[in-house]
Design a protein around this ligand. Structure first.
Ligand SMILES: C[S@@+](CC[C@H](N)C(=O)[O-])C[C@H]1O[C@@H](n2cnc3c(N)ncnc32)[C@H](O)[C@@H]1O
Length: 432
């Protein structure tokens, strides 16, 4: 009996020794090995994925730059308006118009919207390839709306709108500022003069960048201004680089506002300010209302916007990124005697000064009809490139949608948000 107990005890000891010396370390090493293996293979996969994305975006960048040269020709920066329009390469112009319009085919269902969201970079690039000359001809070199006061001329009102944003963003002398979606650099030139700051203008359209560089040199501001090609959905600056960031009527082209604001948050220094005039549908907008959806679609189609977001989406996106929202103010929600959309209405009673008559004529209903007729005749006789009329047609739809959206207050192009990256934000990425 005692002998049996001893045998059992010895067996237990042997099993214990086997467990302690062989099995447990074996399992632990296996576990350790699989953790290390998983970590390394995950790293390799991530690197491969990042390299693939980098090479894809480099390829896209190259392709867009080459196409831009082909479409607009050499020294494109210095030509404006009609002279620029008349010097386009015909085939490339047709291709650009088709690339822009291929996804705007009247469909407003979710699948069509999804396709436009996926293609945001190429379609926006194409849109600005074909509309930039018309914008400059009709509006000037700042591509945005503004409020108007009695007696104030058009250009003064545009500049005041830019000064106000610079003031709200607390931009001061010597600040390094990012202009997100800078157009041909009109606002950047005005804000650099107004504050004596240094601005980097970011844009995904090569033609506009070339123009912005040319204007900066012409106006002697080249030491204060730089213009670079980039996508605001993937900013390539070092984290915590900029003192201030602003965006004027540009981030509405983003397929996802939170991702775009996240990128801005990342490159802003802690304590830095982001100020934006955002295009949004207001609280009055009801996506299930057919008339509302029609107005919204006209704005999307005519302005190259994959999807118009509601004010709530923009507000939430800022907060979710970690921004502290300091100002949340729809500047279009007012009782101004001269409405922001007046240049598109054709209502002469709103024209404030003699110097505005030319601008008003070009942007008003009759002026647009006149431009359309002129462009269509030039296209027929082969002076203007084919597709130009399709572009003026889309811009006409935009104007109709913008005025209807403005009158009904379903839409605003000047939802002002001023947001601060907290001083104690220690990470390079946002919280979302
Ligand atoms: C309506 S314009 C406004 C331009 C400028 N902020 C102004 O007020 O004159 C919109 C601008 O956003 C730019 N943009 C659109 N999508 C972009 C993107 N993904 N990355 C960078 N810029 C973009 C366009 O090329 C265009 O210059």
């Amino acid at each position: 009996m005692i002998k049996q107990i001893y045998i059992k005890r010895d067996i237990c000891i042997v099993i214990h020794i086997i467990l302690v010396v062989l099995v447990i370390p074996g399992i632990s090493s296996l576990l350790l090995f699989s953790i290390v293996f998983n970590y390394i293979s995950c790293k390799i996969r991530t690197n491969k994925q990042t390299n693939k994305m980098d090479s894809e975006s480099n390829e896209l960048r190259q392709r867009q730059a080459t196409f831009s040269k082909e479409l607009h020709g050499q020294h494109a920066g210095e030509k404006t308006g009609m002279s620029a329009l008349l010097s386009k390469n015909n085939n490339a112009q047709q291709e650009a118009v088709n690339k822009y319009l291929r996804l705007w085919d009247g469909k407003t269902d979710k699948d069509a919207e999804e396709r436009r969201l996926e293609d945001y970079n190429e379609s926006t690039h194409s849109y600005y390839n074909v509309v930039t000359d018309f914008y400059e001809y009709g509006w000037g070199s700042s591509f945005h709306f503004c409020r108007f006061y009695k007696g104030e001329n058009f250009q003064a009102a545009v500049a005041r709108h830019e000064h106000y944003l610079a003031h709200m963003a607390e931009i001061k002398q010597g600040d390094l500022v990012l202009d997100v979606g800078c157009g041909v650099g009109g606002p950047a030139r005005e804000i650099a003069r107004f504050t004596n700051c240094n601005i980097i203008g970011l844009n995904n359209n090569d033609y506009q960048i070339e123009k912005a560089k040319w204007y900066a040199k012409e106006s002697g501001l080249q030491d204060h201004l730089q213009f670079v090609k980039g996508d605001f959905m993937n900013l390539e600056f070092e984290p915590n680089t900029f003192d201030k960031v602003y965006a004027i009527e540009a981030t509405c082209h983003a397929p996802n506002l939170e991702k775009c604001y996240n990128e801005i948050y990342k490159v802003l220094k802690p304590g830095g300010i982001f100020a934006v005039y955002e295009w949004v549908m207001t609280d009055k907008y009801d996506e299930t209302n057919e008339e509302h959806r029609k107005i919204c679609y006209e704005i999307e189609l005519g302005d190259g916007i994959p999807k118009m977001f509601s004010v709530d989406v923009a507000r939430k996106a800022l907060k979710d990124c970690g921004f502290e929202v300091l100002v949340d103010d729809d500047l279009a929600d007012n009782t101004d005697p001269v409405p922001w959309y007046y240049p598109l209405t054709g209502e002469w009673k709103y024209v404030q000064t003699l110097s505005d008559i030319g601008t008003f004529f070009r942007t008003s209903y009759f002026g647009r009809k006149f431009t359309n007729l002129m462009v269509s005749t030039m296209e027929k006789v082969g002076l203007a490139p084919e597709g130009s009329v399709k572009v003026t047609g889309a811009l006409e739809e935009a104007a109709v949608g913008l005025v209807a959206g403005g009158r009904s207050k379903l839409f605003t192009p000047m939802m002002l948000f001023v947001a601060k990256k907290p001083l104690d934000a220690d990470s390079t990425t946002a919280t979302a």
